[in-house]
Ligand binder design. Structure first.
Ligand code: NDP
Length: 291
């Protein structure tokens, strides 16, 4: 089983590299943005022709949520044209595409966890480009899994957990919003799920047929829900950092891009189809760098 991973230097890409040695039966090929630029179709086609992957995990994306508001063309090029190019290359090579999307495709006005078929309504450029990327893939290539996730953190790259740990070592007090509700996702848990989906699809050749497959959109995050304030509190508790942590409303922390106030994802579908158990967000946070 041959798996090509794009965006290998990002936090999901590095988390996949971190756990890859635990799957000796899989041949992984990791490409960072300078080795495989997903906005360049020719580059994608050349690499795919060389590797002939069974699966492509697209961990490449434009993820700067606020910056996207002032550079929509760049966000579109990576999140839409990039997704489109990979779907084309996958189709040419009969490669199953696993693409990662986001809770930001929703507007956050729901009062219960979002299901895969709830109506998306992004409120910013990042969410819109991620939704357009999903749609581009759906139009081009049926053999795809689109995994929507939320609040991803890891020991790698830039993320909320690492920012809190840095601020916790620099400051005596900190204010964090407590009226945006979602679920943190340990990038290693997400990486394992991507491998599980690929492996089960590969194990039964028939499952790779479109008619018999489980292709489509899935939600995945850890279990439970919390505010960013709760998440920060738990991070400081686990790392025994003493800090005066204050809850504040979103209105006191304005950002260029509007965030959904509620973006908890319903995971019933992925749990049912793949019979998986998902760790609670706090439990997974405590073991965040352990495979
Ligand atoms: P990161 O920002 O950590 O990584 C993204 C990677 O994409 C970077 O390594 C970047 O490389 C690479 N990249 C950017 N442009 C290109 C390009 N043109 N060609 C190839 N690679 C490129 O993202 P995450 O790992 O956090 O996110 C993984 C996925 O999860 C994304 O699809 C994201 O939208 C989704 N997601 C993330 C969430 C989060 O909280 N982080 C929440 C919900 C969904 P370089 O650094 O060289 O530019």
């Amino acid at each position: 089983m041959v798996v090509l991973v794009t965006g290998a230097s990002g936090q999901l890409g590095q988390s996949l590299q971190f756990i890859a040695p635990n799957y000796p039966e899989i041949t992984f090929h990791f490409f960072n943005s300078s080795e495989l630029n997903i906005t360049d179709l020719e580059n994608c086609e050349t690499i795919f022709a060389q590797i002939q992957p069974d699966f492509c995990i697209n961990a490449a994306a434009y993820t700067a949520v606020d910056k996207a508001e002032s550079e929509p063309e760049k966000a579109h090029s990576i999140n839409v044209t990039g997704a489109q190019n990979l779907a084309k290359a996958c189709k040419e090579n009969n490669t199953v595409l696993l693409h990662i999307s986001t809770d930001f495709v929703f507007d956050g006005n729901a009062t219960k966890p979002y299901k895969e078929d709830d109506l998306p309504n992004p409120t910013g450029v990042y969410g819109q480009t991620k939704l357009d990327g999903e749609r581009a893939i759906q139009e081009i290539w049926e053999k795809h899994f689109i995994i929507r996730t939320s609040w991803v953190y890891s020991q790698f790259g830039n993320n909320f957990m690492k920012t809190m740990l840095r601020l916790g070592s620099e400051r005596a007090s900190l204010s964090v919003v407590n009226d945006q509700i979602g679920t943190p996702t340990n990038a290693v848990d997400l990486a394992k799920v991507l491998i599980k989906i690929s492996s089960s699809c590969h194990a039964v050749p028939k499952l790779r047929d479109v008619s018999a497959s489980h292709y489509g959109i899935y939600n995945f995050s850890n279990e439970g829900q919390c505010s960013w304030y709760d998440f920060a509190k738990k991070i400081f508790e686990i790392h025994k950092i003493e800090i005066d942590l204050q809850p504040i409303p979103t209105s006191s922390y304005l950002t260029p891009a509007k965030r959904p106030s509620f973006s908890v994802l319903d995971k019933s579908k992925i749990k049912e189809v793949y019979g998986m158990e998902i760790k609670g967000w706090a439990e997974s946070l405590e073991t965040h760098n352990i495979f």
